[in-house]
Ligand binder design. Structure first.
Ligand SMILES: [Ca+2]
Length: 305
């Protein structure tokens, strides 16, 4: 493992331990009942006390190295503000949405129903997906394993600004924590993508192929499609790569269907990927993957309170 900061002894095992602890304490029991908590999509058994205990162990050496930079309370770099308030979440439209993904296996259901009112506080969200170059800093600073497709631990040639992929939910969560951020809940992600008027795409109600990287042969540089910006200025909320959220896959309030995988089994990924077309790229569309999966079209972005 190569460390870029001279004179600083790396602490490779401690952030790896963080990711391992997160994995170990995250009970994704397929037989467990869906949570009845108000925040019905979040939680992994990683209680605040456990998180604090692990952070106390792992944080000091990293912070002592001066990484990551502390973001200010206003306008963190490369983040956009999503104001507090209600918005229209989900859909009542079944057209084109009669399948979903369960680890890429089609399901017969529309799990984004019904349209309902949801609410968030104010938060910052990354303007773009996390890039390979950004993730490389995390790898270099912590010693966590690089994505498996980085041959020799190096970013593929000329893909520094491509979205990082092949990182599982635990690694994405660890990156977010290291960066002083967190993964967005599904509710936050959808609001950041569609604003308050219930639109189907970040830019409006109709699919426009020139506004996103979809139906293509691979990822593109993050933030390349400025015309695809969401109402708050977030880019690539449709297309390029799907994005991990903090949320478990569960039914919305009043959901007309009940999936066997509802509960603490699968994490929701959002936004469609470079291979996706109209349907999966919609702001309300829910796809899912097992949290341990590393997938070539799944990346992530972070939020900050
Ligand atoms: Ca995306």
């Amino acid at each position: 493992m190569k460390f870029v900061k001279s004179g600083v002894k790396p602490q490779p095992t401690k952030w790896s331990a963080f990711a391992d602890e997160l994995h170990r304490t995250c009970k994704f029991d397929e037989r467990s009942k869906p949570s009845a908590k108000a925040d019905h999509f979040v939680g992994c058994g990683f209680t605040p006390l456990k998180a604090l205990a692990v952070l106390l162990v792992v944080s000091t050496p990293i912070w002592a190295q001066g990484e990551p930079e502390k973001t200010s309370e206003t306008a963190p770099e490369n983040m956009v503000l999503v104001p507090a308030g209600e918005f229209s979440m989900g859909t009542d439209n079944r057209d084109g949405s009669d399948f979903n993904q369960r680890d890429n296996v089609p399901l017969v259901s529309n799990d984004a129903r019904p349209r309902h009112t949801a609410k968030t506080g104010a938060f910052w969200i990354d303007k773009t997906e996390v890039s390979n170059a950004q993730y490389q800093k995390f790898v270099a600073a912590t010693g966590i394993a690089p994505p498996p497709h980085w041959i020799g631990g190096q970013i593929p040639k000329n893909q520094e600004n491509f979205p990082v992929t092949h990182v599982n939910w635990f690694e994405a969560s660890a990156y977010a924590k290291w960066a002083g951020k967190r993964l967005p809940t599904e509710i936050e992600w959808e609001k950041a993508a569609r604003g308050t008027d219930g639109r189907n795409f970040p830019w409006g109600n109709n699919y426009e192929g020139g506004r996103l990287n979809g139906n293509s042969d691979g990822p593109r540089e993050v933030g390349k499609f400025a015309a695809g910006a969401s109402p708050y200025g977030a880019l690539d909320m449709a297309g390029n790569v799907f994005e991990w959220t903090a949320s478990w896959f569960d039914g919305y309030p009043g959901a007309p269907t009940k999936q066997p995988d509802f509960g603490r089994t699968l994490k929701v990924v959002r936004g469609g990927g470079w291979m996706s077309g109209n349907t999966l790229s919609q702001t309300w569309y829910r796809s899912v993957n097992r949290p341990s999966s590393r997938i070539m079209w799944v990346g992530f972005r972070c939020v900050k309170d």
